[in-house]
Design a protein around this ligand. Structure first.
Ligand code: N7H
Length: 474
């Protein structure tokens, strides 16, 4: 069984948030850090703590309050370099070739496809300078308002002696994300509803909505059934999860311009509807969230709003076809459902269970300005502070990016003449895809602009409360 008092809250339940800060730090004084960490641990919100908070939020709403209840959630995670600095043996988290041990800085150009620049010290990803430095850990603070967040950040900085003559950490950079305002709340910057499909976890999600098969707890939480390294995890490394963080910028005006200039001429659609259809076929869902596999040529807001139906699709009967949904559409690529799970022998069927990830991102940056809309050029940085949890980065995030999104031939079992191409949103490489036009599935869009640009990231491990208390702190 899962010990909800021992697992950090962001992992299984997600810290409730309107706003969230990520504080990336280096440990500068190991002895002091371990002592400070002991005083920090009581701040850490567990899954059980989040569930209590959710009840409070419900109660508050039931009483008819319009204001948000002040709530804050704090979590912490460490990189391999962080464990090395602390002198903690983290070999049960991965061998020498595991992405966690290699770190995302190297993995970005070696495996993820991030663009880089050749320097005397090797290939360096074109990242924000903060992420070119070694990071030892990250502190997450989520809350309902900037005030609450700021207050908690000051308290945490106090614990670690930041801005005193003897700090135990150095803050390399802090990033803040905010849920978008008004009707765009819950939608990412391109305008699509996000956070619909996350795997239900057996033993945690009591009454999962119809959709993909729930995953074993060990796909997300270390040391449980489904964790492929269950047998060899050190005791302190049980009840944790790997947190992949990616700093992803979105070229929103350019994305909108691309849709506007390439409307799909289909049936009696107006050019505007044709542009919306193209957007939906790049993502695999309409902006409302309705999956195009169920509603291929017209949005269906009722379907989108119904949690019992909006994730209940399998690309059924369509596994060798792009008519309803392109092979490369973002949601088909990142969770191929029947493309693998109903693939006929001898290649299939292949379970996607070990490749599922729990996503916990938040948007950053301002809304589009009038000028950006007119010029179709990004002036202000905006995008997604992408975060996801899993017990294997090799099978989870890295696999999704490398073996699926960046692979123009995926899904392997299909026999159509056209090459599927890259995931049009996150795929890195020669950016082309087929299947956008239902009238002509073989038609290829070449030279698709980059809509998402990675500017940083790291691989972290989010330990259990017991691990934090007994092994990391002292
Ligand atoms: Fe993606 N987007 O707005 O277009 N994503 N994604 N993602 N993504 C999903 O079903 C988006 C990124 C996954 O089970 C939706 O919840 C953006 C990375 C997975 O059906 C939308 C960015 C990776 C799923 C977006 C981004 C993934 C998923 C539909 C970056 C992993 C679930 C909403 C800025 C390598 C698939 C939903 C399933 C869904 C968008 C990044 C993975 C709208 C803007 C880097 C597994």
């Amino acid at each position: 069984t899962l010990d909800l008092d021992n697992i950090q809250g962001d992992i299984l339940s997600g810290l409730p948030k309107k706003t969230q800060s990520y504080i990336f730090f280096q440990i500068v004084d190991v002895t002091k850090f371990r002592a400070d960490l002991a005083r920090f641990v009581p701040f850490v919100k567990t899954v059980a703590g989040v569930l209590k908070d959710r009840d409070l939020i419900k109660e508050h709403k039931k009483k008819g309050h319009k204001t948000l209840i002040p709530l804050v959630g704090v979590n912490i995670a460490f990189s391999h370099l962080g464990f090395v600095k602390l002198g903690i043996d983290d070999s049960s988290l991965g061998g020498a070739t595991d992405p966690f041990i290699i770190g995302q800085f190297k993995d970005s150009t070696q495996n993820l496809g991030d663009a880089g620049t050749q320097t005397t010290s090797g290939l360096v990803p074109n990242w924000d300078p903060a992420f070119v430095q070694p990071l030892h850990g990250v502190i997450l603070i989520s809350g309902e308002s900037h005030e609450t967040l700021h207050k908690k950040k000051l308290e945490i900085e106090c614990i670690f002696g930041v801005r005193t003559i003897q700090p135990s950490i150095f803050e390399v950079t802090s990033l803040r994300g905010d849920v978008r305002p008004g009707v765009e709340s819950g939608h990412e910057h391109f305008g699509f509803l996000d956070g619909i499909s996350n795997p239900a976890v057996t033993g945690f999600d009591k009454d999962p909505n119809p959709g993909p098969v729930p995953v074993n707890p060990g796909v997300i939480v270390t040391g449980h059934t489904g964790d492929l390294d269950q047998a060899t995890r050190a005791a302190w490394a049980v009840d944790g999860s790997f947190l992949v963080f990616r700093y992803l910028f979105q070229q929103v005006p350019e994305f909108n311009d691309f849709l506007q200039k390439n409307p799909i001429a289909f049936q009696d659609l107006t050019p505007e509807e044709g542009s919306d259809l193209l957007g939906a076929r790049l993502v695999g869902r309409w902006k409302s969230g309705a999956p195009i596999d169920l509603s291929p040529f017209k949005d269906d807001p009722m379907l989108a709003a119904d949690p019992k139906r909006n994730n209940d699709f399998k690309i059924e009967g369509e596994i060798n076809s792009q008519f309803r949904c392109p092979f490369a559409a973002h949601v088909r690529r990142t969770n191929p459902r029947n493309d693998l799970e109903a693939l006929p022998p001898p290649v299939g069927p292949i379970s996607v269970q070990k490749n599922r990830i729990l996503r916990r991102g938040v948007q950053f940056g301002p809304e589009l300005t009038k000028e950006e809309k007119t010029t179709a050029k990004t002036e202000y940085g905006r995008g997604l502070l992408f975060a996801c949890y899993q017990t294997s980065i090799t099978n989870g995030f890295q696999f999704l990016q490398k073996a699926w999104a960046n692979n123009p031939k995926f899904p392997l079992g299909q026999t159509q003449p056209e090459e599927p191409g890259l995931d049009p949103l996150i795929g890195q490489g020669v950016r082309s895809m087929s299947g956008t036009d239902p009238n002509n599935e073989e038609k290829v869009i070449n030279g698709m602009p980059d809509f998402i640009i990675p500017r940083g990231g790291e691989y972290f491990f989010s330990p259990s409360l017991k691990g934090l208390r007994e092994t990391l702190a002292s």
